[in-house]
Design a protein around this ligand. Structure first.
Ligand SMILES: Nc1ncnc2c1ncn2[C@@H]1O[C@H](COP(=O)(O)OP(=O)(O)OP(=O)(O)O)[C@@H](O)[C@H]1O
Length: 318
């Protein structure tokens, strides 16, 4: 388990990470999602011991990343945004070297490097110089380096950035494959990417955690904030009277509509679906509803709302 507690990172006057706290449990694929500059790379660099924090702590399986770096680092493999590849080495030479740095026992190195190369499907290019590989293959070599030593958790910073669509699909497949045996944390500024592979999303904006939940819960939590639209032939006063009998409605507005029609935009408590109750309330009064329409809020809407200036706060887990 990884515990990030009250992490702060300041660059001069600029606060890149602002009191960030979260926990990473075993067996999930976490997505750290945020616009460019949100503080994702800084957070990952601190979590993996590449960068010191201004305040706060990171514990990996109980070991403080700064005070007990060896123990802590053993449990994580890291693929930084720009993979640290020695491009004049062959794939195999580089991975043997990386295995040595990671203190994989000498007698196990060859086997482990072979195993990892097969896992990320670079065995066929093992004798090629890294500089001659495509970007997708270079990324796989970086991934292989992160997997070496078979750490419990693999942290990947923007693993598909700069890849073409086919390479993106391949890397995603590899990540899913890795997730069978490892906990995976990846960062991205692309929502579709995170939704595609992750089962838990943490949205960060300006260095702060603004939401942390499963994609399904996020959609559910925000659903109550959608305005439900109804139309009737009743006057607004009468519509208001009927709606006042429905529990859970928090606000009703009456935008302009065509003559003889009342349009009402209804907001309800987060997570509460009031559609059936509204239908029954009008039926009890023998009044007809002409339309009832609820636009489903997508994760894109949620992401934009949570990360824009003056955006709404997330009502779910944090
Ligand atoms: N070494 C540094 N010195 C000064 N400011 C920095 C430094 N590194 C990052 N920053 C600033 O800190 C903020 C967070 O940067 P970070 O790279 O962590 O964001 P990010 O979410 O990973 O974005 P990106 O996807 O663009 O890398 C940004 O405003 C960035 O300009």
């Amino acid at each position: 388990m990884i515990e990030v507690k009250n992490l702060v990172k300041k660059y001069g006057n600029h606060t890149a990470v602002d009191h960030l706290s979260f926990q990473i449990e075993k067996g999930h694929i976490y997505g750290l999602l945020g616009p460019n500059g949100a503080g994702k790379s800084t957070t990952m660099n601190i979590m993996t011991g590449y960068l010191g924090a201004t305040e706060g702590e990171v514990r990996i399986n109980g070991h403080d990343i700064l005070k007990e770096p060896e123990e802590a680092k053993k449990a994580v493999g890291y693929l930084p945004e720009i993979p640290p590849l020695y491009v004049d080495m062959t794939v195999k030479e580089y991975l043997m070297f990386a295995a040595e740095l990671k203190k994989v026992k000498k007698q196990d190195r060859k086997d482990e490097v072979n195993k990892v190369m097969k896992l990320v499907r670079i065995y066929d290019v093992k004798d090629r110089l890294i500089k001659n590989l495509s970007k997708g293959y270079k990324q796989r070599v970086g991934l292989a380096q992160a997997v070496l030593g078979f750490p419990e958790t693999i942290i990947l910073d923007e693993p598909t950035v700069g890849l073409d669509p086919k390479q993106i699909i391949e890397i995603r497949e590899l990540i899913r494959e890795l997730a069978k045996e490892h906990t995976v944390i990846l960062s991205s500024h692309i929502l579709a990417e995170v939704r595609e592979v992750c089962d838990h999303i943490m949205i960060i904006s300006k260095g702060k955690l603004v939401a942390s939940d499963t994609p399904e819960n996020m959609e559910k939590q925000m659903a109550g904030r959608e305005a439900l639209e109804i139309e009737t032939r009743l006057l607004p006063e009468r519509t208001e009277e009927i709606l006042s009998k429905v529990a859970g409605i928090t606000n009703v507005t009456y935008p302009k509509s065509e003559p003889g029609i009342t349009r009402a935009l209804i907001e309800a408590e987060p997570g509460l679906d009031v559609r059936e109750e509204i239908f029954r309330a009008f039926a009890r009064e023998d009044s007809a509803l002409l339309t009832m329409y609820q636009q489903k809020k997508t994760l894109e809407d949620i992401f934009l709302e949570l990360t824009q200036e003056g955006g709404t706060a997330y009502a779910g887990n944090l």
